[in-house]
Every structure is written in C-alpha cells, then in structure tokens.
Design a protein around this ligand. Structure first.
Ligand SMILES: Nc1ncnc2c1ncn2[C@@H]1O[C@H](COP(=O)(O)OP(=O)(O)OP(=O)(O)O)[C@@H](O)[C@H]1O
Length: 249
C-alpha cells in the first residue's frame, strides 16, 4: 500500500448556476520518500488536491488514505489532531506570525503534540538546523530576508516529523536565486531526511527537482498511475543498459 492513496476522488464547486469539477475521479499513489510535483493550467484543481490530501477540505466522493488512515472518514475534531501529527504545509508566502521569533514560529505545531519541553526544544533546534537557520532563532520575521522567512516556514512544516509535507508554490514569491536555494533545500530534505513531498508549482524548472512530475488538466492527470510506473521502469531499464555499456568502455 502506498503512503498516500487517492481513489476515485471527485470534487465540484457551485459557481452561480454553473458547477465546476476540478477533480473528476482522480487516482493517485505516493510512495514513502517520493517527491511529487504537480503542474497544470491555472484553475485546474491543484490547490484543491493539496487541500484534500491535507484534510483541509473533503471530497464529494472517493477515498483518501494516508499511512493506512482513511482521512476522508475522520470527524472534524479528529482531523485537526491528525493534521497536527501527520501533515506539514509550506505556503507560497510563509504565513509566519510577526510577533513571534523564528524559534517560536517553528515551535507552534509542536505545542499540539504530546512532547516534554526538552523533546520540543530538540525538535525545534533540529528543524532550524535542517534549514540552516540555527543562528537566526531569536530573530523576528521582519529581521529576516524573504528566503530566510521561507526557510522558517519550511522548518515549521517539518518540525512535527509529519508523514507528508505539501507545498503550494513554495518558490512563487521569491527571486530566482533565492528560489533556487529553496529548491535545493527541498530536494535535500527529501533525499537526506527522506521527507515525502507533494509540491504544486507553475514553474517547470522547479517541477524537475521532484522525483516524479504530474500534470493535472481538466480534472484528470495527463499521465495515469500505470503509465507513470511504465515510464519509470523504462527509465530504470535505460539507466541499467547505459551503465552496462559504460562498464564495457
Ligand atoms: N471554495 C471554493 N468555492 C468555489 N470554487 C472554488 C473553491 N475552491 C476552488 N474553486 C474553483 O475550483 C477551481 C480549481 O481551483 P484551484 O485553486 O484548485 O486551482 P489551481 O489549479 O490551484 O489554480 P492556480 O494555479 O491558479 O492556483 C477553480 O475554478 C476555482 O475557482
């Protein structure tokens, strides 16, 4: 069973007399440790999909399972607890609380967890270290650069050791160079700390840092799960063949 499983997920919204269906019977598997990017035209349902996986919104039909828990079946209060433990969210604009220091912003999600104050402090220290901001712990958001603020936002998303981190345009508000640094950081967190990620982006260069790239269009993925798996197998076969060839030289 994949870490995240979406089966037959449908979501519609009423807009006046019209019904919009951003997601029309969508299936998706995300394995533990995968980094999946999600692209697609504006208004195609990417943020809707993130909100459903995060349990912020509910599908009209279909099921969403994360690490064996059917999120779609949880009551509102259980969902809040589930989110605190299992889900990290990276926003386009970091959403930091201006009157709290970087340390206090990162600490916030841990207040919902059953941890001793020592364990809590260790988690926050580790998260700040992972994003390279240990020396900025006492700074307020206004004393940080845009890239540093986004790093704090990322530390806050990983501090609870969630099962999955979802990111909505994490580099969308940053200049090119800072955006590239954040891309490298996300890639490192995935590869070195094995953090499973689902990231929405409009930028194909950003999408390429992921281990799997999906495109959502008119309610469906352009590539089915089966086609993705076939393509990955083909890529592995090609890589193996190339290595054999190279070893002959
Ligand atoms: N709460 C809501 N009420 C009504 N319509 C909504 C709601 N949320 C999303 N929609 C509509 O659903 C469609 C998909 O929206 P969504 O934000 O998921 O698209 P998106 O692919 O993330 O777009 P973008 O790339 O522009 O951020 C849009 O037509 C949007 O207007």
């Amino acid at each position: 069973m994949a870490l995240v499983e979406l089966r037959g997920v449908c979501k519609s919204f009423r807009k006046g007399d019209e019904t919009i269906t951003p997601l029309d019977s969508v299936d998706l598997d995300i394995e533990a440790g995968e980094f999946v990017s999600l692209m697609g035209p504006s208004g195609t349902g990417k943020s809707t999909l993130l909100n459903l996986v995060s349990g912020i919104d509910r599908p009209d039909s279909g099921t969403i399972t994360v690490d064996g828990t059917e999120v779609t079946k949880l009551s509102r209060s259980k969902l809040a607890d589930w989110r605190a433990i299992n889900l990290g969210y990276i926003f386009q604009t970091h959403n930091l609380i201006p009157v709290l220091t970087a340390y206090e912003n990162v600490e916030l999600p841990t207040l919902l967890l059953k941890l001793s104050s020592r364990q809590r402090q260790q988690r926050v220290d580790l998260a700040l270290e992972a994003v390279g901001l240990s020396d900025r712990a006492d700074h307020y958001p206004r004393q940080l650069s845009g890239g540093q603020e986004q790093r704090v936002g990322i530390a806050r998303a990983i501090v609870a050791h969630p099962k999955i981190v979802v990111a909505d345009e994490p580099t969308g508000s940053l200049d090119v160079e800072t955006g590239e640094q954040i891309q490298l950081l996300l890639q490192r967190l995935n590869q070195e700390l094995n953090i499973t990620m689902l990231m929405v982006t409009h930028d194909s260069d950003v999408a390429r840092i992921a281990s799997r790239q999906l495109v959502l269009d008119r309610g469906k993925f352009l590539e089915t799960e089966e086609e993705t798996r076939e393509r990955q197998q083909e890529r592995r076969r090609l890589k193996a063949a190339r290595q054999i060839e190279e070893s002959k030289i």
